[in-house]
Design a protein around this ligand. Structure first.
Ligand code: TXA
Ligand code: MG
Length: 344
């Protein structure tokens, strides 16, 4: 299969490219498209055969449900049996935007694979002109996970999608780099106290300002069986080929680590620009120091860049767990399998 990469930018009339993408989707094909978080791999969410192609293309386990993307907030009632008050408040405050709301699904409407056997569904209205135009032209919901091979960092550029899925999917809509760079916050509102199943661009603080107390289980708490969780969070995630170790963003610590490693390893360092002069085999930037927005926007690109080198170990600097730092550290801890570098 040849993978078309169709550019849809703000400057030209792209209607033909949207028509091609919509035609493919209506025929039961999958299409990758940009959102404000990461690129998604979409299929019409009511078409079981099409949705199955997403799982095949990604190599995704079938027990991991997909997020349903909609082009207008009103559509939410078509796919849910009941919309709790907190959900309404969240939609008003954060949609379109990087918030997926898990609610009770209306039975027998969505393709069974979308919900992976659960009686709930995660829905979001993305805040990206290309995603919205695609959804509003298609006039159907799109089931869409991140458009990477399962286990790999999510794509923040069309080229990342191409690297993972060329020859496997027919079309990528190329809308340039995504903005936020980490996936949406997943909020389950079916429980008495809403629970953040996956931290993202909409932070706990932002949610609590609108709906009051919200639970956010730590990685340690998530290991406890009874803690509510997103099925997908148990799998290996965001992992480059070489092992990743977290390290404090401290020049001396980093230099000592590199000194210890360099006789046996090719080392890649992922760190803010203030560390760019450190002598190391490969360096990839997390943007300006203490700028969490830049760090989240560059995180996956930096992790993916390591796979184009012969680095045998990756050191990635940690950051604060507040604001969007919670989402960044969640992804980095998963990429590192929880491992911190320790000096001998
Ligand atoms: O930003 C995003 O959310 C991107 C873009 C493309 O929208 N999508 C994305 O999808 O990250 P995916 O499939 O890579 O991650 C969806 C996560 C998984 O961890 C999945 O287990 C969880 O959401 N999820 C989906 N439906 C759920 C449900 N009904 N209950 C609990 N967790 C759910
Ligand atoms: Mg994903």
């Amino acid at each position: 299969m040849r993978t078309l990469q169709l550019t849809v930018d703000y400057f030209v009339d792209n209607s033909e490219n949207y028509t091609q993408a919509v035609d493919l989707l209506k025929k039961g094909e999958v299409v990758a498209f940009p959102t404000e978080t990461v690129y998604g791999l979409g299929a019409v969410a009511t078409d079981e055969k099409a949705v199955k192609k997403i799982f095949d293309a990604k190599g995704r386990p079938s027990d991991n449900p997909l997020i349903v993307h909609i082009g207008t907030a009103e559509e939410v009632s078509l796919y849910t049996s009941y919309i709790p008050e907190v959900a309404k408040l969240c939609m008003e405050a954060f949609w379109p935007g990087p918030l997926t709301i898990v609610m009770h699904a209306k039975p027998n409407i969505l393709a069974p694979s979308v919900t992976a056997g659960l009686d709930t569904v995660g829905i979001r209205m993305p805040n990206h002109p290309v995603a919205l135009k695609l959804l509003q032209t298609l006039k159907a919901p799109l089931a869409a996970p991140s458009a990477n091979r399962s286990g790999k960092p999510s794509p923040t550029k069309a080229d990342h999608v191409f690297e993972d899925l060329q020859g496997i999917i027919p079309c990528i809509l190329d809308g340039g780099m995504t903005g936020i760079g980490v996936e949406s916050t997943v909020l389950d509102v079916t429980l008495n106290t809403p629970v953040i199943l996956r931290p993202g661009g909409v932070t706990k603080e932002m949610l609590e300002a609108v709906i009051g107390p919200v639970d956010e289980p730590s990685i340690e708490q998530q290991k406890i069986e009874s803690t509510p969780k997103a099925p997908g969070m148990k799998y290996i995630h965001y992992a480059p080929n070489a092992p990743v170790y977290l390290i404090d963003a401290n020049k001396e610590t980093i230099e000592n680590a590199i000194k210890q490693l360099k006789s046996e390893h090719k080392v890649a360092l992922l760190a803010p620009e203030s560390f760019k002069d450190i002598k190391v085999d490969y360096y990839f930037s997390f943007g300006e120091a203490h700028n969490l927005e830049q760090m989240s926007a560059t995180l996956y690109d930096a992790l993916r860049a390591c796979d184009k080198t012969d680095a045998t170990i990756i050191l990635a600097t940690a950051t604060t767990k507040s604001g969007v730092g919670t989402a960044i550290m969640n992804r980095l801890e998963k990429a590192a399998g929880g491992n911190w570098f320790s000096l001998k």
